[in-house]
Design a protein around this ligand. Structure first.
Ligand code: AMP
Ligand code: MG
Length: 487
């Protein structure tokens, strides 16, 4: 049985999208199907795996109930406003309801040109498609809200970038594909009616509590701000760098979306940048909270006509909502990093204790993931691994002493603390060199390294011996210095 579509976005007025079918491809071949996700969505695995299912996942067939469309949106890209971006290489097939009644978009990415394609070919190639697959699954396993890949299909058609590359289509599953840039699209046109419809749509779909509020639109803005504060704190807690936090790549539902030149840090440094297109470091690891706030201010500006008839009052409400972001972010960050340090109680010196550890990491070029994971062993009484991460640093043992003194004020028993910390400090992340080598093998038709990587990333909190090779930082010759957006 095909998808059982239950579409809502297609009910919005025609100016929200362009109806557009995916364009056919020559020879679809299923590269990977996400069985776990299919199960969670209650989809029919044998249909997805059938020639008919694969044809749909490649864009060669449009099943009954689908209402394929390319969504309209605008966006600030690296700070500059582009009034019309839209789905230039993606098609929303429709929406499905999970067995729990949660609504998800089913989108094909790389499915051919649309009226939003500008100069692009509307296509994607296998490398970035599989990269997005890996990253979304890793984030999901790390308890970080994210879009996910249902399938990756090779098209049999070449795509021309730096050379000829194998084309592919990703089936993306998201809470929705509404972005900050969707609001910007209508705000830039002065289309207040569309803004109101969009706000109502988003509230009903993602923020039902806002509908009940005295000031629904303000509650919506505050809801988006709260989810972004939590999301960015979760990114920072695992060393994730999104790489292109343009407003068109910021989901209104609070999911991580649009995996392009993203990366996980190995050695900790707040100025880390991997993206080949981020020359100024605008989207560096440590800048992400400020950029999120900047993007949220753009959203707040869009909502001004809906916030209050009196524009001065609207401005005041919008500004104070956005001004609350740093506090909300810092609370979320403290919650994450307290958990990483095994602190259940919240004491006033905790921020300093956390930030001093990060500073020692900078000085020792400690591996972010492994240093925190080794701290779990220190919590269980074994300091050697942690100290090794810091080389001959004298600051590291000193910091451990302060941490132990702080633990005196904790109610938890040591072994319980260590096991809780292992649920806050992953053993495995998708290290860039591992991702690149799995992709390189996949491009040579060897999917075994990709399968193995995905398997290990699915249980990031376990001390599984099979994950050991994936836990080492890169050797000097393996270091990945740059990641690419792959459009
Ligand atoms: P992204 O950098 O993937 O977030 O995309 C930014 C904008 O460029 C969106 O409007 C995309 O739809 C569009 N875009 C990116 N790659 C392509 C492509 N190969 N063909 C057409 N449009 C594209
Ligand atoms: Mg994008």
């Amino acid at each position: 049985m095909s998808f059982v579509f239950n579409n809502s976005f297609a009910r919005l007025p025609a100016r929200f999208y362009v109806r557009q079918h995916p364009l056919p491809v020559s020879a679809p071949r299923l590269v990977r199907l996400n069985r776990a996700l299919a199960g969670e969505l209650g989809l029919d695995l044998s249909w997805l795996n059938s020639p008919e299912g694969i044809a749909v996942l490649a864009g060669n067939g449009v099943p009954a109930g689908a209402e394929p469309l390319a969504m309209a949106y605008a966006g600030h890209q690296f700070g500059g406003f582009v009034p019309r971006l839209g789905d230039g290489r993606a098609i929303l097939l429709g929406e499905v309801l999970s067995p729990q009644g949660v609504r998800f978009d089913i989108q094909l990415k790389g499915s051919g040109r649309t009226p939003f394609s500008r100069g692009g070919d509307g296509r994607a190639w296998l490398g970035p498609v599989l990269r997005e697959y890996i990253m979304g699954e890793a984030m999901h396993a790390l308890d970080i809200p994210s879009t996910r890949a249902l399938a990756a299909v090779a098209t049999g058609d070449p795509v021309y970038r730096e050379g000829e590359l194998p084309g592919a289509v990703l089936t993306r599953v998201a809470r929705s594909h509404v972005r900050v840039g969707t609001f910007e699209y209508f705000a830039a046109r002065g289309d207040t009616e569309a803004l109101r419809l969009l706000a109502d749509y988003v509230m009903a779909r993602h923020y039902p509590e806002a509908v009940q509020s005295d000031r629904p639109c303000l509650a919506l803005l505050e809801g988006v701000i709260g989810r972004q504060a939590d999301l960015i704190a979760r990114w920072l807690a695992v060393g994730f760098i999104h790489g292109v936090m343009n407003t068109d790549n910021m989901s209104i539902a609070g999911e991580t979306i649009d995996y392009g030149p993203c990366a996980f840090m190995d050695a900790y440094h707040p100025e880390s940048v991997y993206s080949s297109i981020d020359h100024g470091g605008r989207y560096a690891y440590g800048n992400q909270p400020q950029i999120a706030q900047w993007n949220l201010l753009r959203l707040a500006e869009c909502l001004l006509p809906l916030l209050d008839e009196d524009q001065d009052k609207a401005m005041e409400a919008a500004q104070s909502a956005v001004d609350a972001f740093p506090g909300r972010f810092e609370a979320a960050r403290l919650e994450r990093f307290r958990a990483k340090l095994g602190l259940a109680a919240a004491l006033s010196g905790d921020t300093l204790l956390i930030d001093d550890l990060l500073q020692v990491m900078v000085e020792s070029r400690a591996d972010f993931t492994n240093a925190f994971r080794a701290l779990c062993d220190a919590a269980a009484g074994s300091d050697a691994g942690f100290l090794t991460e810091f080389g001959d640093s004298r600051a590291a043992p000193e910091w451990l002493r302060r941490w132990r003194a702080r633990l005196q004020q904790e109610p938890l028993a040591a072994d319980l603390r260590a096991s809780r910390m292992r649920r806050a400090n992953p053993a495995v992340i998708p290290r860039n060199h591992r991702v690149e080598s799995a992709l390189a093998a996949a491009l040579e038709q060897d999917l075994a390294p990709l399968d193995k990587l995905l398997q290990v990333l699915a249980t990031p909190w376990e001390d599984d011996p099979r994950s050991l090779p994936y836990r080492s930082p890169p050797q000097p010759h393996e270091v990945v210095h740059q990641t690419f957006c792959g459009t």
